[in-house]
Ligand binder design. Structure first.
Ligand SMILES: [Zn+2]
Length: 402
């Protein structure tokens, strides 16, 4: 399987035909309309290979040629673009008590979106909720019914996409739930599971600022702390999908207890619950939500400002470790916790500067990006598109002699 393949030393030229088809499709999808010449430049494939690989994709309706570009010096180039209505994919962000779903076309443009609550957190209950969400999306986008590639589902926790297993999802109280197979059996369609921050990273890679970078990290703040890496253009999942557990890096030795059993984890210091608890302890008054603490800080409350400054130090410390390890050119900060970014950033940047090695902190652009749940769901759909199209294209390569 592609997931475990080790690429040879000759770069793109050593890729299998399937990998090359995938890379070419992705280049046209994210950068198109794109001429064959530009596609060769972007993918590193030879112009002759591009011409050969494009042929079956046009024959089978994945790509279409647009009108020749006028006014471009040299031989006129015919731009290629993805045919959006060739396939569709559903993307789902599975959260505590709530699901957000989108129907995306092959261009990963959102055709419809829907949000619904669910109460039954058993695996069967969640499968039923995903099924009814999918049905609503299909009713709204009937053209997708016969052309659905599959469903991409993103959720928080330890998700092993290769085996389709939710290894550990604390917010659902699940361990080792074969959610991928369960949804696939229920709906009779291909399903891809992914950690939700990974789906956000895919969205940022395809449609966000990650587009301009080969490598970057996404860090999310909120109830928990999430982290995902795109390295040399690929999502880095680790041995079993548990990469990016920045939230369980100890930033305050002997700090507050974490639900994972350790003390002083980043999540136990800057997660929503920790912010509320720290504010209640400092002020001697009872706070119940982060937005109350944010409001107090904005009104000039010193306790509240201190709580966020401390959280900023914690995040800065963890980010320093991240930039020291990977030296990424870009880190995107997102998640609902960035509602307090104006209160965190000064302390965060100062600590990041202090704890990082050499130029690692200066090399890294830190972007704060408020992204709605629909963007995470769109990333889940993009994950499904990537997997499903690769599979379809690999079948084409068997059928068509280029
Ligand atoms: Zn922990």
């Amino acid at each position: 399987m592609a997931d475990t393949e080790i690429e040879g030393g000759e770069g793109r030229a050593a890729g299998s035909r399937e990998q090359n088809l995938g890379a070419l499709f992705e280049a046209v999808l994210t950068r198109g309309p794109l001429s064959r010449r530009d596609a060769a430049r972007v993918t590193g494939l030879s112009p002759a290979s591009v011409t050969k690989l494009v042929k079956p994709m046009i024959t089978h309706g994945y790509l279409v040629e647009r009108h020749r570009e006028a006014g471009v010096p040299g031989r006129p180039q015919i731009p290629l673009q993805v045919v959006p209505e060739r396939h569709y994919a559903v993307g789902v962000k599975l959260m505590e008590g709530e699901l957000v779903g989108v129907m995306a076309d092959l261009h990963a443009e959102v055709q419809s979106a829907h949000r619904m609550r669910y109460d039954d957190t058993s695996p069967a209950g969640v499968v039923a909720a995903v099924a009814s969400l999918t049905e609503v999306l299909l009713e709204r986008s009937p053209a997708a019914r016969d052309r659905l590639l599959g469903i991409g589902i993103g959720l928080g926790g330890h998700v092993d996409g290769a085996s389709g297993l939710v290894v550990h999802a604390p917010f659902l109280g699940w361990r080792d739930v074969p959610l991928q197979q369960m949804v696939a059996d229920r709906l009779g369609i291909e399903v891809v599971l992914e950690n939700d921050v990974n789906t956000l990273a895919v969205a940022e890679q395809w449609f966000g600022p990650g587009f301009a970078f080969d490598s970057f990290a996404v860090v999310t703040l909120g109830v928990g702390v999430g982290c995902a890496f795109v390295l040399d253009g690929k999502l880095w999942r680790g041995a079993r999908g548990a990469a990016g557990e920045l939230g369980h890096m100890v930033v305050v030795p002997d700090g507050p207890p974490c639900h994972c059993g350790k003390r002083g984890c980043l999540e136990a210091v800057v997660g929503d619950e920790a912010i509320v608890a720290a504010m209640s302890a400092r002020s001697g008054r009872r706070y119940t939500t982060v937005s109350q603490v944010i409001a107090a800080a904005h009104a000039g409350d010193e306790h509240a400002r201190g709580v966020f400054a401390e959280a900023g130090v914690g995040v800065g410390r963890a980010l320093a470790a991240l930039v020291n390890l990977l030296n990424p050119p870009l880190v995107i900060l997102s998640g609902e916790g960035i509602a307090a970014s104006d209160l965190l950033m000064d302390a965060l940047r100062a600590e990041l500067e202090r704890d990082s090695f050499s130029t690692s902190a200066q090399d890294c652009t830190l972007l704060v990006r408020p992204l709605p749940d629909e963007t995470w769901a769109r990333g889940a759909a993009a994950t499904m598109i990537r997997r499903g199209v690769l599979r379809s294209l690999s079948r084409l390569s068997d059928q068509v002699v280029g």
